[in-house]
Design a protein around this ligand. Structure first.
Ligand SMILES: Nc1ncnc2c1ncn2[C@@H]1O[C@H](COP(=O)(O)OP(=O)(O)O)[C@@H](O)[C@H]1O
Ligand SMILES: O=C(CO)[C@@H](O)[C@H](O)COP(=O)(O)O
Length: 528
C-alpha cells in the first residue's frame, strides 16, 4: 500500500554535443524539474567551442572529464531546482552518438569505490587514457576504406552493419587509435560509447553498450545483434571484443544506481539504471512516431528519424537496431545543421535570430529561384568536403547575393536536402505525413515553415519544453521500470502541437526546386 502511494519520479539525462541536460518526470510523464549545463559557457576551463575541441587534419575531440564535471554541476543544479532524489525509481540517458571513451586500467574498481565526499571529476581525473574522438571528427577516411575492404566492400559493410563506413563511426576511430597510438590502445581496458560511459558514471561500474547506439559503430551485425567478427578484426586486435563487452537491448536495466549517488544525493539504493542510448535513438523513443511520420531533430546536427520494420543496406544514411518497439530505425545525419545556420546568421544578421528572421521575411517562398548549398564543415549526407554553391533561377553560378536572399537560400537548401535524402531512403510523402520537430532550432517558426513547405506536410513540435532525446531518456527509464515491476504508470503519449502548415502552392514551388537541388548535387565533388 505504502509503495503504491509513494511519489514516483524518473530521471533522464542528455549528454548532447553542446550541453548536458537533465529532466525529472512524474508518473504521468509531466516534467517536474529541468537543469542544463552549457559546456562552452559553464565549463570554460576546457576551452571548447560548440562543445568540442578541433585539432589538426579534421580531428575533433572532447576531454571526457568535461562530461564528468558537467554531471557534477547538473546534479547540483537539480538540487537547486528542488529535486527530491529519494523518489527516483529509475533513470536513463541519451548521448551524442559514435564518440568513444577510453578507460584506463582499473575502471570498474574506480567507479565502484567513488567517495561521496568528493566531486566525481576529482576522483576520475586519471581514469581516461586519451581524449574522446566524437561524431564531428572526420580524420579517419583511410581507416574507413580499409574497413570496407576487409569486410568485402562498402555495400557488404552496409548490409551487415546498417551503414557504409563513416568517418565518425567508432570502428574506424578505434582502428585509427590502434594504428597511430598503439600504446594508448594497449593501455585501454574498456571502450565505451559516450552513452554507455555516462551510464557507467551513474551505475558505478562500466556499463554495457546498448544495441541501438552500438549500431553506430560499423562493428555490429544488425541482424544477429552480435559483434561482426570481420569488422572487429579489421579495427582492433583480439582484445577488442573484451574492451567493448557484450551489447544489451536498449530496454535493459543494467543495475542499481551507484553508491556514490545514494550517499551523496539520497537516491534510493533500489533506483534502477536503464541502459543509456544514442540521442537520436532516444529522440525516436521520445517522439513516439506513428507510421508515415518523420522525426526531425534540429540539434547541433540535423537528423531525420524513421521507424523501420526491416533492415536494409542504405547507400547514404544509417539503419540502427530499434531502441523502441520498431525493430529498426533509419537515421540520416546532416553535419551542417545548427552551427552552420548560426555561422551564417552571424555573418548576415549579426548575432541575432530575430534579425535573421527579419531577413527571411524580406523574401518570398522559393526565393525568386535563388538556391544555395552551404557546407561549412565536411557534410555526411551527401559525403562532401566543405563548399558553398549559389545559383540563380537559370542555374547560373553566383559569387554572392544580397543577405536576405542568402538567408533564405541557406534554409531552403537545407530543407530540400533533408527531403531529397529522406526520399532516397524510402520515405514517401502522402496526406498522412507529418514532420515532428525537436532540438534547439525547433523554436524557430520561420525555419519550421520552410520545412512544412518543402516537405509539403504539417510540422508539429512536442508540447513539453524538454527536447525529445531528453524526454525519451526519462520515459524509457519509466517504461522499463513499469514493465519490470508490473506497476502501471498513467504516463500519456507526448502531445504535439501544430507549428507550421504548408501553403497550398508549396509543391508547385518546391517540387521543381527539389529537382534542381538534385541537379546541383550532380556537380558537387562528393567524396567516396
Ligand atoms: N531561435 C533559434 N533559431 C534557430 N536556431 C536556434 C535558435 N535557438 C537555438 N538554436 C540552435 O540550437 C542549437 C542547439 O540545439 P541543442 O538541441 O541544444 O543542441 P545539442 O542537443 O546538439 O547540444 C544551437 O547551436 C543554436 O544554433
Ligand atoms: O552523429 C550523429 C548522428 O549520427 C549526431 O546526431 C550526434 O548524435 C550528435 O547529436 P546532436 O548533438 O546534434 O543532437
Amino acid at each position: 500500500m505504502l509503495e503504491e502511494i509513494r511519489k514516483k519520479t524518473f530521471l533522464g539525462f542528455d549528454f548532447s554535443t553542446q550541453r548536458l541536460k537533465a529532466v525529472v518526470i512524474d508518473e504521468s510523464y509531466a516534467v517536474l524539474q529541468e537543469a542544463d549545463v552549457e559546456f562552452d559557457v559553464d565549463l570554460p576551463e576546457f576551452r571548447t567551442s560548440g562543445g568540442v575541441i578541433r585539432g589538426e587534419d579534421g580531428e575533433v575531440t572532447v576531454p571526457p572529464l568535461l562530461w564528468v564535471k558537467a554531471l557534477d554541476m547538473v546534479m547540483d543544479k537539480l538540487i537547486v531546482e528542488g529535486v527530491d532524489f529519494s523518489t527516483v525509481e529509475a533513470l536513463s540517458g541519451a548521448a551524442q552518438q559514435h564518440g568513444s571513451v577510453w578507460w584506463a586500467k582499473g575502471a570498474d574498481e574506480r567507479l565502484a569505490n567513488l567517495s561521496p565526499e568528493q566531486f566525481l571529476h576529482t576522483q576520475l581525473a586519471s581514469a581516461f587514457v586519451v581524449d574522446s574522438p566524437v561524431w564531428m571528427d572526420c580524420s579517419t577516411s583511410a581507416d574507413c576504406r580499409a574497413l570496407e575492404e576487409a569486410v568485402g566492400g562498402a555495400e557488404e559493410l552496409a548490409r551487415i552493419t546498417g551503414s557504409r563506413a563513416y568517418e565518425r563511426f567508432t570502428g574506424a576511430q578505434i582502428r585509427k587509435m590502434r594504428r597511430t597510438r598503439a600504446r594508448a590502445y594497449a593501455a585501454t581496458e574498456r571502450i565505451s560509447l559516450v552513452s554507455s560511459f555516462a551510464c557507467s558514471l551513474l551505475a558505478g561500474r562500466v556499463a554495457p553498450l546498448d544495441l541501438a547506439d552500438g549500431s553506430g559503430m560499423n562493428l555490429l551485425d544488425i541482424r544477429s545483434m552480435q559483434w561482426c567478427e570481420k569488422a572487429l578484426n579489421a579495427c582492433g586486435d583480439d582484445t577488442l571484443r573484451d574492451k567493448l563487452g557484450a551489447p544489451v537491448r536498449s530496454a535493459t536495466t543494467v543495475g542499481a544506481v551507484g553508491g556514490y549517488f545514494v550517499q551523496r544525493y539520497g537516491f534510493p539504493p533500489t533506483c534502477r539504471v536503464v541502459a543509456f542510448t544514442g540521442d537520436n535513438c532516444s529522440a525516436l523513443a521520445g517522439l513516439r512516431l506513428q507510421p508515415g511520420w518523420v522525426g526531425l531533430s534540429l540539434g547541433t546536427s540535423d537528423t531525420l528519424l524513421l521507424g523501420l520494420r526491416e533492415p536494409c543496406a542504405p547507400t547514404a544514411g544509417h539503419v540502427l537496431v530499434g531502441p523502441t518497439s520498431a525493430p529498426y530505425m533509419a537515421l540520416l545525419c546532416f553535419a551542417n545543421g545548427s552551427l552552420t545556420r548560426q555561422a551564417h546568421r552571424d555573418r548576415l544578421a549579426g548575432r541575432s535570430w530575430p534579425a535573421f528572421d527579419e531577413l527571411l521575411r524580406a523574401t518570398v517562398r522559393g526565393n525568386m529561384g535563388y538556391m544555395g548549398i552551404y557546407f561549412e564543415c565536411a557534410e555526411i549526407v551527401p559525403r562532401a568536403a566543405p563548399l558553398r554553391r549559389l545559383e540563380d533561377a537559370g542555374g547560373r553560378a553566383l559569387e554572392r547575393l544580397a543577405p536576405q536572399f542568402e538567408a533564405r537560400a541557406l534554409l531552403e537548401g537545407q530543407a530540400l536536402a533533408r527531403r531529397a535524402h529522406a526520399e532516397d531512403m524510402g520515405f514517401t510523402l502522402d496526406e498522412k505525413s507529418r514532420v515532428v520537430a525537436t532540438g534547439g532550432a525547433s523554436v524557430n517558426s520561420a525555419l519550421l515553415q520552410i520545412f512544412a513547405d518543402v516537405f509539403n506536410a504539417p510540422v508539429y513540435v512536442q508540447d513539453s519544453h524538454a527536447n525529445a532525446a531528453l524526454l525519451g531518456a526519462a520515459i524509457r527509464a519509466a517504461e522499463v521500470w513499469s514493465e519490470e515491476t508490473g506497476i502501471a504508470l498513467s504516463g500519456s503519449e507526448p502531445t504535439v502541437s501544430p507549428a507550421a502548415k504548408p501553403y497550398p502552392d508549396a509543391e508547385r514551388i518546391y517540387g521543381p526546386m527539389l529537382r534542381r537541388y538534385r541537379k546541383m548535387l550532380e556537380h558537387i565533388p562528393t567524396l567516396l
